[in-house]
Design a protein around this ligand. Structure first.
Ligand SMILES: [Zn+2]
Length: 259
């Protein structure tokens, strides 16, 4: 499966599982294409909100400035939530439902939500300070992998690209295996990939994918920014073990998300 089809696939799966519109709409289209989430956890968040509020339209976002927004339209609740809420506990779900219902005594609910955000903020942070750059992991050496690809791809625009392991901890609900910072020309890999059971070819695949972001910048197509352009996808498929990498990811994603 191509990564660009991931959300479509996830959504189809989600729809199939919960049976048509039992809990209302679930919109994953605003999530960044490189983010991975646990589908069962998305479904249970949606279902738990549905139990409290009836039919709920749930839109998951990557908006850090506005992590929660609730609306009621024609008697139906519509919640826009940052993806960090996937996997949250019952108390947080109740607080979200209280907030959606409205009313006057919402201080407790707001407090619970604020608390949850401040405790989980680190999980979504991808920032690494310049002095923290560290390409050498415990298992995989990213610098070596980067050099090999640079030789192979032989393109001047890759000369200044830097690489580092991300700084945050392991075990989470969402994962971005890698990211590319266009301003800093910096590739960051998720530290969960620096483990013995993660095969080198998969780490190489992620580095390759991020390098392609440097070679094929996003394009604006009408109102949409296309990050993985057709050229990008074509190049990505030229990774020697492409099918194997995609299959490995699908098989092992739960292990990353629940570990
Ligand atoms: Zn990408």
């Amino acid at each position: 499966m191509e990564q660009q089809d991931f959300w479509k696939w996830a959504q189809r799966r989600a729809e199939k599982k919960r049976g048509a519109t039992a809990t209302g709409d679930l919109d994953l289209s605003e999530l960044p294409p490189d983010l991975r989430l646990s589908i069962p956890q998305i479904q249970s968040l949606h279902a738990e909100l549905g139990e409290q509020l009836g039919k709920v339209a749930l839109i998951l976002t990557d908006n850090r400035r506005r992590m929660v927004s609730v609306r009621k339209k024609k008697g139906r609740h519509r919640l826009r939530l940052h993806h960090m809420f996937v996997g949250c506990g019952e108390d947080v779900v109740c607080a979200l439902a209280d907030l959606a219902r409205g009313g006057e005594q919402l201080d407790g609910a707001r407090e619970t939500i604020k608390d949850y955000i401040s405790h989980n903020r680190d999980e979504i942070s991808f920032d690494v300070e310049p002095e923290e750059l560290e390409a050498r992991g415990e298992v995989h050496d990213l610098q070596q992998i980067l050099e090999r690809w640079r030789d192979h791809l032989d393109d001047e625009s890759l000369d200044e690209v830097l690489i580092t392991w991300g700084r945050y901890g392991r075990g989470r609900r969402t994962i971005r295996f890698g990211s590319y910072d266009f301003d800093r020309k910096l590739i960051r890999l998720h530290p969960a990939l620096d483990q013995e059971w993660v095969p080198p070819f998969f780490v190489e695949f992620i580095v390759y994918h991020e390098l392609l972001h440097a070679l094929y910048p996003p394009k604006q197509a009408s109102s949409r920014r296309v990050v993985h352009t057709p050229e990008f996808r074509q190049m990505e498929k030229r990774f020697p073990r492409y099918e194997e990498a995609i299959a490995w990811e699908r098989r092992n994603l739960p292990r990353f998300l629940e570990g």
